[in-house]
Design a protein around this ligand. Structure first.
Ligand code: FPP
Length: 328
């Protein structure tokens, strides 16, 4: 399932930062309002460990985790974060967790939606989903649809729950839909797929064609990915979309994570320099003018670092360095 079309435009939404708690407000005041990320995606992890540390059953960790979801969503809405995506249930969770845990998570999701739609509306939050949601139990799908329809008119934060989601299967689904489009087009035009490929269909396939075929077609890519519970991995979450996202890992377990911690993560994000494969703002043209051939620099390095006796031996077998540029 795809998330629905974008409405989120923070400039049209009234500022509700006065609704933040005193602690949140003190972090919020340190933020640059012009650099609030457009999209934050969170890998919520550590519910089981949170419960284990208290000698509680795992399901109580999930239940407490659902409360954290609502705290974080409401803080996000108060700072006009346009897009918030939460990894709530992966394809792998569905396949590899005991049936009893999966069935508890489904019940929890249903009761979370039923219990929070009013609060979503009070906070101007619109609900959407990504993932192979058609494989979830029908009554869960019905409640999901009801929640998204009941919040469809809201114009603030779009909360997207990734449910029965896996990034690799999302890419598989995207490729399938591109191939289906191609065969449909061939059929409509009364020609073969080969004819279309010969007429340039292959060359016209580019990164934006794939992005448009993903579940997230209508969202900006995440600026910031947060993972709780200290694990340093991505776990098959939004693999295509996070190519240039900043990653913030916290040891805090998800049930202990709330709006204040979201703001702390955004604060850390605002101190990062994003380069998107370029050189970043701190690198000036003046620096570029000071680039010089590697050969000279290599000679300088040799003078300073290699003892004279070694340098003699080396000069006999010396190969010419590649003509790359390096910084002075
Ligand atoms: C990981 O904890 C978390 C999940 C399996 C998914 C997240 C689920 C929730 C936050 C609860 C419900 C969500 C909604 C939207 C109602 P884990 O069990 O992997 O923790 P562990 O690694 O410590 O065992």
């Amino acid at each position: 399932m795809r998330a629905s079309t974008p409405l989120s435009d923070s400039s049209r939404v009234p500022n509700r930062s006065h609704e933040l708690s005193a602690d949140e407000l003190s972090i919020y005041r340190q933020l640059d309002p012009a650099k609030i990320p457009q999209h934050v995606a969170i890998i919520m992890d550590g519910n089981g460990r949170w419960a284990g540390k208290r000698a509680l059953k795992r399901f109580l960790g999930h239940q407490k985790g659902a409360e954290s979801v609502q705290f974080v969503v409401e803080t996000a809405s108060r700072i006009n974060l346009p897009w918030l995506t939460l990894y709530a249930f992966s394809l792998e969770n569905n396949l590899r967790r005991p049936k009893s845990e999966v069935s508890f998570l489904m019940k929890l999701l249903k009761s979370y939606l039923v219990g929070n739609v009013k609060r979503m509306n009070d906070n101007n939050v619109r609900m959407a989903y990504i993932g192979r949601t058609h494989d979830l139990p029908q009554e869960v799908q019905d409640t999901m649809q009801w929640a998204s329809e009941s919040t469809a008119k809201n114009t603030g934060t779009t909360l997207t729950l990734a449910l029965n989601y896996g990034a690799r299967s999302e890419i598989v689904d995207a490729v399938r839909s591109l191939l289906t489009d191609l065969t449909t087009e061939a059929h409509t035009r009364g020609c073969s797929v080969d004819d279309l490929l010969g007429a340039g269909a292959l060359e016209s396939l580019d990164e934006s064609s794939i992005a448009r075929a993903l579940y997230t077609a209508h969202m900006p890519d995440p600026d910031l990915v947060i993972r709780t519970s200290g694990e340093q991995r991505i776990s098959n979450f939004l693999l295509w979309q996070i190519a240039y996202s900043e990653i913030f890992v916290t040891d805090r377990l998800w049930p202990d994570f709330n709006g204040l911690h979201l703001l702390e993560a955004i604060n850390a994000y605002q101190h990062r320099e994003r380069r998107f494969g370029g050189l970043g703002e701190s690198f000036t043209d003046e620096d570029l003018n000071n680039l010089e051939p590697a050969e000279e620099v290599a000679a300088e390095i040799k003078d300073h670092l290699i003892p004279k006796s070694d340098a003699k031996a080396e000069s006999k077998s010396e190969a010419k360095p590649d003509a790359v540029l390096t910084r002075r």
